[in-house]
Design a binder for this molecule. Structure first.
Ligand code: MLT
Length: 264
């Protein structure tokens, strides 16, 4: 797994598939790491160069001090230059989707396509901001476990909880292994992110919007609204899945992404 040193940060990523194939960059959700995309990395790398990036402080990427969601978009841009990706497709789940939207705002010229998975353009309201501040404090004082305990039931759908214990265990393992200070810094970055609703109409690249039908964090109604605001977009509802669709229903998500990437 390569480590890319950019002027601003050292970034760790999984880079799989032919170097000359069209590139796809995958951005993980909170508080996990690039490993959440394991199934898509395997399947899509037959036809694409697939790069799953660990955000600052997660997986193999070293933690830095405070940063913003825009900083994480700058990191992706630095990665794009360091790896000579040219124009590429960018996919992000939830927090990764916040970063993907920031990227589309700042660096639209780099993109061939956008995949927004279980994410939303809205900023946090006052109550959500307060919850993030408290969660950052909990992580700093008590570590990652209470964060995993609180979040896990919200992240996965009932079908996964009932029938796929290995997915639940893998998710819990990633969450509990997260660095507590990285959790706190990511919560603060998400808390302070701007609302991106107004820019949706200006996204010019083809966009795939993916949502688990039982996602309660970014529910289908909310994501449909986002899809309707993005001119050249399609919406894919994934049955029997909560918020972590790429892990909960890997084949369905891979199929949707494959079909979409084939049109670019
Ligand atoms: C995620 O899955 O990345 C989180 O649910 C994002 C968030 O806390 O807003």
């Amino acid at each position: 797994m390569p480590t890319v040193s950019t002027p601003a940060a050292v970034l760790h990523c999984i880079d799989k598939g032919p170097a000359t194939a069209p590139a796809v960059v995958l951005l993980h959700g909170f508080p996990v790491h690039a490993g959440m995309w394991a199934a898509q990395l395997d399947a899509l790398s037959d036809t694409h160069r697939v790069i799953a990036l660990d955000a600052r402080g997660f997986g193999g990427s070293p933690r830095t001090g405070p940063y913003s969601i825009d900083t994480l978009a700058d990191d992706v841009h630095a990665l794009q230059r360091e790896l000579n990706l040219g124009r590429f497709a960018l996919a992000g789940l939830s927090m990764g989707g916040y970063v993907a939207l920031a990227y589309a705002s700042k660096y639209a010229q780099d993109l061939r396509g956008l995949v927004l998975v279980d994410t939303k353009p809205e900023a946090d309201n006052a109550e959500a901001k307060e919850t993030r501040t408290k969660s950052a404090q909990t992580a700093r004082q008590q570590g990652a476990k209470p964060i995993a305990d609180t979040m896990l039931p919200k992240l996965i759908g009932q079908t996964t909880a009932n029938t796929r214990p290995q997915v639940v265990a893998a998710l819990r393992q990633m969450m509990e292994a997260a660095d507590p200070e990285a959790i706190a810094l990511a919560q603060e970055a998400m808390r302070d992110r701007p609302d991106r609703t107004a820019m949706l109409g200006s996204i010019a690249v083809p966009t795939l919007v993916v949502c688990g039908d039982a996602d309660t964090i970014t529910p289908p109604d909310l994501m449909r609204k986002m899809h309707q605001a993005i001119p050249n977009s399609r919406f894919e509802l994934i049955p029997q899945s909560g918020h972590m669709t790429p892990m909960e229903q890997p084949e369905a998500v891979t199929r949707a992404m494959e079909a979409f990437l084939g049109t670019l």
